[in-house]
Design a protein around this ligand. Structure first.
Ligand code: CP
Length: 316
């Protein structure tokens, strides 16, 4: 595996391999084993042009637990704010000797540009690009579902027949896109529930059912209900009902949460808008996997870094 840019292009076997290697990494990710020497001598750059808490911190933890050197680069406070281009930034990182670049960027496609450019010979991992994709988030979500269903006997298993309902601001969600592709590749049945104004135009080509009624979706008793963050910062053009109306119609509030099947997992990629798309009762319940998702993010990102950077880049 040379780069990890998208789940749309990830095959079933590659996805299962990533999840299985993440299982192997779990003891290190949870600190039962302190560190592995696997990436000693390698340099990983976290190149973040957009804010992040979970993704940036967990990539840093993942790289350090594999003994890599880590450089954290944030566009704020760098020469990007003086107008430096992605090309010059990438060539600067190449001159420093980066083996891996984890990039988050507001422009959809920026990680692909970096991977195709020849500006830098490094493994590129997409840590979220615009409204396009967030592949490691989908992988950690799949890992979390598989672990809740199969525990430590998860290795080699896919998600055949698992019913996943993704709810909310699908239009602006790279998490939703990456999950639709990955979960369906793994055999899950994916449904999307959203306000009509927050459904992308191209969903007819997606391997997912689209609906608008959250109460109906709750009563169907899915195995997983994944709530999405309302991305107010990306909403210049589209219609957004007021917060109270959104919470009443498309939020997993206390009443809907109480009606959910007790076995339904409640997921959210974070950061959460409590009281808007999800109530605190739902987010903090035993059914919630929100913090497990964060923990599993370290295992999955260790797996991605390991698979991209541990071999010889020429050979891979
Ligand atoms: N889920 C996620 O990408 O969170 P951050 O924006 O905090 O990284």
């Amino acid at each position: 595996m040379r780069h990890l840019l998208s789940t749309r292009t990830l095959g079933r076997d590659e996805a299962i391999l990533l999840l299985d290697v993440a299982e192997d990494m779990a003891d290190v990710a949870t600190r039962e084993v302190k560190k592995l020497p696997t990436l000693r001598g390698k340099t990983v750059v976290n190149l973040f042009f957009e804010d992040s808490t979970r993704t940036r911190i967990s990539f840093e933890a993942a790289a350090k637990r594999l003994s890599a050197d880590v450089i954290n680069f944030s566009a704020k406070g760098s020469s990007v704010s003086k107008g430096e281009s992605l090309k010059d930034t990438a060539q600067t990182l190449a001159a420093i000797g980066a083996d891996g670049v984890v990039i988050r960027h507001p422009a959809s496609g920026a990680p692909q540009v970096l991977a195709d450019s020849g500006w830098i010979d490094a493994g590129i991992i997409n840590a979220g690009d615009g409204t396009h994709e967030h592949p490691t988030q989908a992988l950690l979500d799949a890992f979390t579902i598989r672990r809740r269903l199969h525990g430590t006997a998860s290795r080699g298993k896919d998600l055949a027949g698992v019913r996943v309902t993704i709810v909310g601001d699908v239009l602006h969600s790279r998490v939703a896109r990456s999950n639709v592709w990955l979960l369906s590749t793994l055999g899950a049945e994916v449904s999307l529930i959203a306000p009509p104004t927050l459904v992308p135009a191209d969903t007819s080509a997606w391997p997912a059912r689209v609906g608008f009624d959250l109460d109906e979706a709750v009563d169907e008793g899915p195995d997983v209900m994944m709530m999405l963050r309302i991305q107010a910062e990306r909403m210049q053009d589209s219609f957004f009902p007021n917060s109270r109306e959104y919470a009443r119609t498309w939020g997993l509030d206390d009443t809907r949460f109480a009606r959910l099947r007790p076995g339904t997992m409640v997921m959210h990629p974070g950061p959460m808008n409590r009281g808007l798309e999800i109530s605190s009762a739902a987010a903090d319940s035993a059914q919630s996997t929100v913090l497990e998702q964060v923990t599993n993010g370290v295992s999955v990102r260790m797996a991605a870094l390991y698979l991209l950077l541990s071999g010889d880049r020429e050979e891979s």
